[in-house]
Structure formats: C-alpha cells, structure tokens
Design a protein around this ligand. Structure first.
Ligand code: HEM
Length: 441
C-alpha cells in the first residue's frame, strides 16, 4: 500500500491536490500499488506489464470502472460506458466511420474548417490558441458526425461547434469532480454542480435535435448519424434515436477535448522549439497537393505528434474495474476491484524514455515503439477498449498543424508562463500565442 494514508480520507487529499505528482511518486513502490479513495481501495497499475495485462491480455475480465459510472447518467450506455455484447455491437456499428478510407474522406472537411480560422489571423495578433483549437476541433467533429450537409451551412456548424465545446468543457469537469470526491461534496453548488447539470442538459438537447433532424431526412448523407441509422448484421433496424444520441455524446466526450488538448500542447512545443517548427513547415510545404497527411507523407510531423502524446498525454487518470476475481502480475484482485492507470506517468518512466522530461521527437528514431515493452506507450490505450478514433485524431492533428505552421510561426507571449492543469485531462492553464509570419526570401 502507498504511504501517507489519512484516516477516513485515505489518499484522496494527495490525489486531489497533487494529482499527477502523487501518481508519479508512487511508481517506485511497485508494479501494482494499493491506494485508498476514502475507504475504497484502488489499485494503481505502474508497470507496462500490469497495464498490458489489464488492457489487453485479460482485457475482457475488466469493465470501465468508477470514472464511467459517473459519466453514465450523462452519456447513457454509449460506446465508452457500455460492456460486453452491447459494447461489441456498438463498436462494430461505429467502426465503418473510423476506417482509413472514411477518415481520408473527411480530410477535405477538416482542412476547410481549419483554413477558415487560420486565414483570418493577422500578423502580430495574439490569439488564445487553446480556445481556438478547442473550437476548431469540435467544429470538425460536429461537421463529420452530424452536420455533413446542414442546410444552414458552414457558419451554423461553427456556431454549433462552439456551443458544444463550451458545454463539453463544463461537463468533463463535473464528471471528474464526481469521480474523485464523495457524492455529497461533488454535488455541492460551490463546486459548480448546477452548472454541470445545466451544461449536460444543454448538450443532450443539442444531440437530440441533431438526431431528430437527421431522422427526418432518411437519405445517406455520409455522416456518422447515417452510419448509426443503417442496418447492421446484429441490428437490422439500426440504432434507435436514444442509442444514436448516446453515441453522439460519447464520441464528443471522447474525441473533442482529447484532440484539442493534445494540439494545444503541440502548439506550445512549436512555440518553444522554432527548429521543430521549421522542420514541420519544410515537410508540409513539400507535401504534394492532394496527398493525404500521414506517417508516410509527413514523417517528422508525425514523430513530433507522437512525442507530444508521450510527454503531454492528456489522459493522466483512467480506470478499470475487475468483473471477476483475477490475478495480475502475481497479485490477486477481487471481483469489483477498482484500478487506475495513468498513461502520462507511464510515458515519463526513465527506464524506457531516457531524459523523460525532454521534448525530443527524434527519440522515436533511436527507439521506435516496437522496441518498447508492450504497455509502455499507450496514448490511445490497448485491447478491446482501445480508442476507436486514433487514426481520425492523428489525421486531424496533422491537418491542423499543416494549416497553421505552413502560414505562421506561433510564438509564446512574453511574461505568460504555461502551466499544466489537471482536471479530467491535463491541459495548459492558458495558451496565448503571438502570430509571426514566416520570412519571405
Ligand atoms: C489525441 C486524441 C485522442 C486521445 C489521446 C484519445 C485517447 C483515448 C484513450 C486513452 C482511450 C481509452 C480510454 C480508457 O482506457 O478508458 C480512448 C477511447 C475512446 N476514444 Fe479516444 N482519444 C483521442 C481522440 C478520439 C477521437 C477523435 C474520437 C472519436 C471521434 C475518440 C473516440 C474514442 C472512443 C469512442 C473511445 C472508447 C472506445 C471503446 O471503449 O470501445 N477518441 N481514447
């Protein structure tokens, strides 16, 4: 068991106040370390082997755990909260939207939305990069998921994206507070519980209305809602309205803030490393028109993002629950045991990443992912609950970086110190950046 347990509170004070530092500090105490949230024991997985066992090798013996119990009243039984056969059916139904050909088909939409933003920027202007990225990423998601051909056009998609982004941020904070704190505390107005409930209700209403609107026009619009309504071998009727609504909310919750936060860290590193910005620009300028952005066409930029996902992995705390008694790396866990894994602390382990706090994209040339122990690099998790949107996210992030860095050299604003803030995800406190044009020669 980890040291420093308080009576009644267990290790809650350390986790609530020191967050990542606390998880980092108990890594040396063993591959699996027991902590207490109040009186509830929780097992923290510290070694790649333990993470690999739980996520992949014995993945089917685990459910999603406490974090997702708290999210369930909001997102219902969508793909990120469901279990067993229901989960398998949902995953199969949604998979076509995330296949490589489908993602390739979204690149033009992604590029259009980003270019619209970037082309309006002016030299010398200071922009709140984190907020702009959040709006842009959410607008892309909204456009791809349920607005492919909205009659009210691109401005409506952007507006909807903006509203969704704002509510989503509040909802994610509420879910995080509800996971960490006992219910009476988490539901106190002082911690913003009413705002959370209002934002959750507003988001559900937006998703309900998108589903209703799409149902009125049964033509296949090529967006995600059309895929959800389509018949599948296990479900000849396609999804019901409620199921489709829950999937929309689940995908927004899983896909928007994660991608926006990773991109914010990417821009932060671009600001700190002009030499990387130059390499990204050179690579993007050389990309032939019409070529798809990917690891083969933009190898340095992809390596750069891989390094961002290592050092600034947004998911610092994820959970699982044992659905049956299970033995992991020689330790017996009872049925119902709650588990925590932190991709962030895993990615900063000096045993696998020399000089782990140094941002160094070329480390991936020295030691490619295939040479790491399984479980040591898990930005998108592993196994049957692995991120369904990993390729979509990587493509979207490459598109955004290409559009921004081809035109601009975003620079840090003097006097502003960027600090990591850990709520549901770990993100920069604020990211104001000044836009400098590239010199012309
Ligand atoms: C950089 C961006 C992203 C990161 C770092 C990321 C990371 C993750 C991680 C770590 C998980 C596993 C969670 C767990 O173990 O409990 C996950 C699951 C998931 N992600 Fe992502 N994600 C990203 C973007 C996206 C996008 C763009 C989408 C969809 C539009 C998406 C949809 C999902 C879904 C649906 C799941 C649940 C899958 C299942 O349980 O079957 N993610 N993601």
């Amino acid at each position: 068991m980890a040291q420093g347990r308080f009576p009644l509170l267990g290790h809650l004070p350390q986790l609530a106040l020191r967050r990542v530092e606390f998880l980092q500090s108990i890594r040396a105490q063993g591959g699996i370390v027991r902590i207490f949230l109040g009186n509830r024991p929780v097992f923290v997985l510290n070694s790649p082997e333990a993470v690999h066992e739980v996520l992949l090798k014995q993945g089917r013996k685990f459910g999603k755990g406490l974090l997702f119990d708290v999210a369930r009243p909001f997102i219902g039984n969508g793909i990120i909260t469901s279990e067993h056969d229901v989960h398998l059916r949902q995953r199969r139904a949604l998979q076509p939207a995330f296949r490589r050909d489908a993602v390739a088909g979204s690149v033009a939409t992604m590029t259009g939305i980003v270019e619209e933003q970037v082309s309006a920027w002016r030299p010398g202007e200071v922009i709140a990069m984190d907020l702009v990225l959040r709006r842009t990423v959410t607008a892309v998601l909204v456009a791809t998921m349920f607005s492919a051909e909205r009659p009210d056009g691109a401005a409506a998609v952007a507006e909807l994206g903006e509203r969704v982004a704002e509510h989503l941020n509040t909802v994610m904070r509420g879910v995080f507070v509800g996971t960490l704190l006992p219910a009476p505390l988490a539901s106190s107005p002082a911690l913003g519980h009413r705002t959370y409930l209002a934002a959750a209700a507003a988001l559900r209403a937006l998703a309900d209305s998108a589903v209703r609107q799409a149902r009125q026009d049964p033509a296949d619009r090529g967006d995600l809602l059309s895929i959800m309504f389509a018949a599948t071998p296990g479900n000849p009727q396609g999804m019901t309205d409620v199921e489709a609504r829950d999937e929309l909310l689940s995908l927004l919750m899983a896909g928007a803030e994660t991608t926006a936060t990773t991109l914010a860290w990417a821009l932060h590193e671009i600001g700190r490393h002009p030499e990387h910005a130059e390499r990204i620009k050179a690579e993007c300028d050389a990309l032939p028109a019409g070529a798809l952005p990917g690891a083969a066409t933009l190898p340095f930029t992809e390596r750069f993002l891989r390094e961002v996902l290592r050092l600034h992995q947004p998911s610092w705390l994820l959970m699982r629950r044992a659905l049956e008694p299970v033995r992991v790396c020689g330790i017996d866990l009872p049925q119902g045991a709650e588990l925590i894994y932190s991709a962030l602390t895993m990615h900063r382990d000096p045993a696998h990443y020399p000089d782990p706090l140094r941002f160094h994209p070329d480390r991936w040339l020295d030691r490619p992912e295939k040479d790491l122990p399984p479980g040591a690099y898990v930005p998108f998790a592993l196994g049957n609950r692995k991120c369904i949107g990993d390729h979509f996210a990587m493509t979207q992030m490459l598109v955004v970086l290409r559009s921004i860095v081809s035109r601009w050299r975003p620079r840090p604003v003097e006097g502003h110190r960027v600090r990591p803030v850990a709520h549901a995800l770990i993100r920069p406190n604020a990211l104001p950046m000044r836009l400098a044009p590239w010199p012309t020669d």
